[in-house]
Design a protein around this ligand. Structure first.
Ligand SMILES: [Zn+2]
Length: 479
């Protein structure tokens, strides 16, 4: 029975990243053309005029090598650029300069997923479909902006090692945060500096052979990637269960409708008639280039998450959030360096309260100095202030900064302890004011104590420790 079949999903990723270079891949034009008029950041080279000569951008090669080392790739000594020939209006030369059989980097892995290759190429220009308002001779019109044409791209191609949409998304998030930590790219999906295609196929569980794959093009958010792959798996399994065959093609996923529409039938490499770029000499990667790239490697997010767990004893989930959100991890380490607070409570305050109150804004740019948060958390741990009151202090820190001890003093938020007798008096008054509740508690109704605790909390405006209040109530009721 077809419906009883178990399908296994096979996913590979092709990720294009724009490295943070000042100039384009083969000319001196700026890569930053935000706000510039269309077709103003261009020259003879990136417009593909006859007779011009491209020059390789050294910084782009350095950033690609740095990424490749972080992805544990092999770096062959010899590499070259090739022409990938095809016609499209966003490609004025009629070919794209890319790398075919001698990429800058091969092999490697990120987490459990193997990397097939990492190579460099230039970006195409941008086609803008202006629709009805721009009708020319009665047809909808498309215009082309060459400002983006010739921008460097690093392409990371994984092996088909991913087995689920959520796993693909997580891996891509890991790749993105790794590249951001490396300072290779700002990896902003919404601005196009990180673009992702997914190759998806399904096969019967246990089968060794790969099924026919389709390619989902240019998905522009992590969430859409996961949803697009899910939709494609459903589409392919339905075809196979009905006894049909999946066609090799390129598809577009529309996140608004959830629909997949074919873009074109997928080309094979031989359709592009690759040949070596005659205007560029092959690049010999030297020991010095590799050493320089290696020296620029920082601690990577996966290693940082492990260190947070192993050395600081953080819970794995907290460690991962701090390591994968670079600004949070940096802030947490700065606060930890300030000394005073234990790692786990400090991490909890950063990940939960601080992130919540800052509404995801970068804490380094907030009014809350890392030392101030560390001191506040230490005071909570030392029971000098309750967690509830500390949240009020944090709100004040977020609003205007300052020193937590001074805020606690000025707003009279210090914890009311059991030693000085003040809390015991407040508890006694609460019991006197609500004899019904007191009787119920004495009679064994444990829930009734909530009314008394609540009254004390209101009276003390959250400055009393809930556990201590409960203890005093039970003591005074002789329980
Ligand atoms: Zn140019």
């Amino acid at each position: 029975m077809a419906a009883d079949r178990e399908w296994e999903v096979v996913i590979g990723m092709e990720v294009h990243v724009q490295p943070r270079t000042r100039s384009k891949m083969f000319c001196g034009c700026a890569t930053d053309h935000v706000g510039q008029p269309p077709n103003s950041v261009v020259c003879e080279i990136c417009l593909g005029m006859p007779g011009v000569l491209p020059v390789i951008n050294k910084q782009a090669v350095e950033l690609c090598l740095r990424a490749a080392l972080a992805l544990n790739c092999e770096i062959p000594r010899h590499t070259k650029f090739d022409r990938k020939n095809y016609f499209y209006p966003d490609l004025p030369k009629g070919y794209q300069i890319s790398q075919y059989d001698q990429p800058l980097c091969r092999g490697g892995h990120l987490g459990d997923v193997r990397i097939h290759r990492v190579h460099m190429e230039e970006d195409a220009a941008k086609l803008v479909h202006i629709g009805r308002s721009g009708r020319i001779h009665g047809s909808d019109a498309s215009v082309v902006d060459f400002n983006r044409g010739g921008t460097p791209l690093v392409e990371v191609v994984s092996e088909p090692d991913l087995r689920a949409p959520a796993q693909a998304r997580e891996w891509l998030e890991l790749l993105a945060v790794t590249l951001r930590r490396l300072d290779v790219s700002d990896v902003r999906m919404e601005e196009g500096s990180l673009r992702c295609d997914a190759n998806v196929s399904v096969r019967q569980a246990g089968s060794e052979a790969l099924g026919v794959k389709t390619e989902l093009k240019n998905m522009n958010s992590f969430r859409f990637i996961e949803r697009g792959i899910e939709a494609e798996i459903e589409r392919q399994s339905a075809i196979l269960e009905a006894g049909g065959e999946v066609e090799q093609e390129t598809l577009h996923f529309d996140p608004r409708t959830g629909e997949l529409t074919p873009l074109r039938s997928k080309e094979e490499a031989h359709d592009y008639r690759y040949f070596p770029e005659p205007d560029l000499i092959p690049v010999d990667v030297t020991e010095e280039m590799i050493a320089a790239a290696r020296s620029a490697l920082p601690e990577l997010p996966a290693a940082r998450a492990e260190r947070f767990q192993d050395e600081l004893g953080l819970h794995p989930d907290t460690a991962r959030v701090l390591a994968f959100r670079l600004e949070l991890g940096d802030y947490f380490e700065a606060a930890l360096d300030a000394d005073g607070a234990e790692a786990q409570p400090l991490a909890n305050w950063v990940v939960n309260e601080l992130v919540g109150q800052l509404e995801d804004a970068d804490p380094a740019e907030s009014n809350v100095a890392p030392e101030a948060l560390a001191r506040l958390v230490a005071m909570v741990e030392g029971k000098e202030v309750t967690a509830g009151a500390a949240k009020q202090v944090l709100a004040r820190l977020v609003a205007e900064g300052g020193d937590p001890a001074a805020i606690i003093e000025a707003q009279d938020l210090a914890a009311i302890g059991g030693d000085d007798g003040e809390l015991a008096e407040i508890v006694a008054r609460a019991i006197e004011a609500d004899p019904d509740a007191a009787d119920k508690v004495r009679g064994g109704n444990a829930k009734a104590i909530g009314a008394l605790v609540g009254a004390v909390m209101r009276e003390t405006k959250g400055r009393a420790d809930g556990g201590e209040v409960t203890r005093l109530i039970r003591e005074q009721l002789s329980l």
